[in-house]
Design a protein around this ligand. Structure first.
Ligand code: HDE
Length: 686
């Protein structure tokens, strides 16, 4: 091998390797039209002379252009921006006692899944880090057909009846006259809806909380929202709520960070998910269930059919029953993430619905929307939507039919085909609906038991730490500050006075509204499980920007990086220039980001290397000072070795670790790791 080849190989990144794989895969394949005709030329349209008009007979040009002209399908009405991955689910122990669903019986069985995470309000091309609810939709490809758990990262919803969904979505989406604002709820129509539809109070509290700013799609909870039913082998039913709990804990960004990220990296969350899977840091979520017996339906001070209510975990514990691991990125975004079609009505034997009026409406909407989005009734034949079990029925034809059904029979009952395909009784695996007894008059009404709109909004508020409360107040102030109508602002402040007087007075402060009279709180209860301060904290996959310049002090940095990397921290070298940065000894480090392309909002923590020359070198980029300062303002851990401390806005305080403060470099590494494990240092004065 000559020298040039040698250095080329050394410079290869895993991206280069992927490109090479792609090259090998396609190598030698001849180009054809969609009819299989071999193409001899693909860069020029067919013309009369090289300066003349293009000919109609140029079928190759027309095919290529026609396909291009139709390469988009309508984006989803809601949840348009999404990102998905493949994985598998495994139950920890048999759930036989509660459900006959086969994928919840055998801990040795891995059920393939595809998950699509999404934001709700924005268009397909909007930024990831906007303040919004996140969709968390999972398709389980089970041996009994597809089961879809189409949930969100918040356990309640804005409305109680599906009839109001079009109104709510019209209000939250960009305003119709000017299509402003994109992917935000900070505008008049959303808040006017809120003030006029008080059932939204609880969900608005969640939307204004840190839950709507996830640090990572790998670090947010998921909820089925509605109450479903589990049915066991003997036909016995239990009410069930579903939870996904991320093994990395539930973590959020801070508001200022999210807004900057929307510009610096609009793909922040999807890139994070892709990279985690790509590097083998597979995201994991444990499945939890809350169970209520059928005869306990009326034992609570909320209606279990009301989707604006959660079941406090302290009252009805969450039992962890299995784990989902996402271990494969998509091969093609459009074919998989864009074309996947979820539907809460895709169920398997052992899982059934309740009369939650929001769920009932969803059972209509999801198939209906796919008809226009995916262009006809055969969307179940698109590869990502196909069950892993065979499909047999008498449905035929329609747009984009893929299956070629042979034979003359397409009806049931028939004699010619021995009456097949034939239905199968429930005790042999056929789906049977729970034979719930229902009676009543036909009315357009809502149950009296759905009338309490404020207690759980107050429960949520009461459960927050002081830091989270302050974030909620600031979120309301920011959002309402963007509302043009003073009347709407006042109406919202007045409405939230019914939740908690202190909350409303604090929101009102700075908005120019009349502060309401303190009315106390709608609830004295709290649920500690709702505060994300009580979540798991781990250093695993926390991303640290390591600021290094030429001449850095090698020994100390190598030791600290080793401590961090052994704990699962991802350290990435940031330096004035790409390529390699050289130490004061023989070592050098590969630079992942130039300072120009990096910003502290892209990282969870900052470490500044030591060495006089390194620090002077870093200071050739004035941006470096802002880099560290911004991390400080976002409460992030900051470490500095030796002279590196000169770049810090403060050399002591919560989450600030310098080698000066620590006797030896090992204990510095350990203290920095502890600071990183704590994630944010809220007691810092910024
Ligand atoms: Fe959805 N919702 N929704 N929704 N929803 C859609 O279906 C709808 C609701 C949720 O990644 C649409 O295929 C109605 C609650 C997710 O592909 C549409 C109502 C929850 C996704 C639709 C609700 C959700 C959707 C748009 C009130 C949490 C994205 C495209 C009755 C439990 C799925 C599509 C994906 C998508 C209707 C309320 C979650 C229009 C009518 C509550 C995660 O059919």
């Amino acid at each position: 091998m000559n020298n040039r080849e040698n250095s080329n190989n050394e410079n290869r990144t895993s991206k280069d390797e992927q490109l090479e794989e792609f090259r090998v895969h396609n190598d030698g394949k001849k180009m054809t039209t969609n009819q299989g005709l071999t193409v001899s030329e693909d860069e020029h349209s067919l013309k009369v002379g090289d300066r003349g008009p293009t000919l109609m007979e140029d079928f190759h040009f027309r095919e290529k252009m026609t396909h291009f002209d139709h390469e988009r399908i309508p984006e989803r009405i809601v949840h348009a921006r999404g990102f998905g991955a493949h994985g598998y689910f495994q139950v920890y122990e048999s759930m036989k006692e509660y459900t006959r669903a086969k994928f919840l019986q055998d801990p040795s069985v891995q059920t393939p899944v595809f998950v699509r995470f999404s934001t709700v309000a924005g268009s397909r091309g909007s930024a990831d880090t906007v303040r919004d609810v996140r969709g968390f939709a999972t398709k389980f490809y089970t041996e009994e057909g597809n089961y879809d758990l189409v949930g969100n990262n918040m356990p309640v919803f804005f409305i109680q009846d599906a009839m109001k969904f079009p109104d709510f979505i019209h209000a939250v989406k960009p305003e119709p006259h000017n299509e402003i604002p994109q992917a935000q709820s900070a505008h008049d129509t959303f808040w006017d809806f809120v003030a006029n539809n008080t059932e939204s109070a609880h969900m608005v509290m969640w939307a204004m909380s840190d839950r709507s700013l996830p640090r990572s799609l790998r670090m947010m909870e998921g909820f089925g929202v509605h109450t479903f039913r589990f049915i066991n082998e003997v036909g016995e039913a239990h009410f069930v709520k579903f939870h996904w709990k991320p093994t990395l804990g539930t973590h959020s960004l801070v508001w200022d960070e999210t807004q900057k990220l929307a510009g610096k990296d609009p793909d922040f969350n999807r890139r994070d998910l892709w990279d985690a899977i790509d590097t083998g840091n597979y995201p994991e979520f444990e499945l939890g269930i809350q169970i209520i017996k059928e005869d306990e339906e009326f034992n609570f001070d909320f209606d279990i059919l009301d989707p604006t209510k959660l079941w406090p975990e302290e009252l009805i514990p969450v039992r962890i029953i299995g784990k989902m691991t996402l271990n494969r990125n998509t091969d093609n975004f459009f074919a998989e993430t864009e074309q996947i079609a979820f539907h809460p009505g895709h169920v398997v034997p052992g899982i059934d619905f309740t009369n939650d009026p929001l769920l009932q409406g969803r059972l209509f909407s999801y198939t209906d929307t796919q008809l226009s989005r995916l262009g006809g009734p055969n969307f179940h034949e698109i590869p990502i939507n196909r069950p892993i079990v065979p499909v047999h029925n008498n449905q035929r034809d329609g747009m984009h039919r893929m299956t070629i059904n042979p034979g003359q029979v397409s009806y049931h009952k028939n004699g010619i085909a021995n009456n097949s395909p034939r239905p199968v009784p429930a005790d042999q695996g056929g789906y049977e609906h729970y034979t719930e007894k229902v009676e009543g008059r036909k009315v357009r009404q809502r149950s009296e038991s759905f009338k309490d709109h404020y207690s759980q909004a107050a429960l949520f508020w009461n459960s927050m730490s002081d830091v989270e409360k302050q974030h909620i107040v600031s979120a309301f102030q920011f959002e309402l500050g963007k509302v043009q109508s003073k009347e709407i602002r006042q109406n919202v402040v007045d409405m939230f006075a019914n939740v908690d007087g202190d909350l409303a007075i604090r929101i009102s402060d700075g908005l120019g509204t009349i502060p309401p009279e303190a009315k106390g709180s709608a609830s004295t209860q709290s649920s500690p499980a709702l505060s994300i301060m009580n979540t798991i904290h781990t250093p695993v996959t926390r991303k640290v920007a390591v600021l290094v310049g030429d001449g850095y002090q090698d020994e100390a940095l190598t030791s600290v990086l080793q401590t961090l990397m052994e704990a699962g921290v991802q350290a990435e070298i940031v330096s004035p220039k790409l390529g390699y940065v050289t130490s004061d000894g023989v070592n050098r480090l590969e630079v992942k980001h130039s300072l120009l392309g990096a910003d502290s909002v892209l990282f969870d923590a900052v470490l500044v290397a030591g060495g006089r020359q390194s620090v002077d070198n870093l200071l050739t980029e004035p941006k470096v000072i802002d880099f560290v300062k911004e991390a400080y303002q976002h409460f992030k851990p900051i470490g500095a070795i030796g002279e590196g401390a000169e770049l810090l806005p403060k050399t002591e305080g919560p989450g600030i670790v310098t080698s000066e403060m620590n006797g030896d470099i090992q204990s510095f590494g350990k203290s920095l790791l502890e600071a990183i494990t704590a994630h944010r240092h809220w007691s810092r004065t910024v």
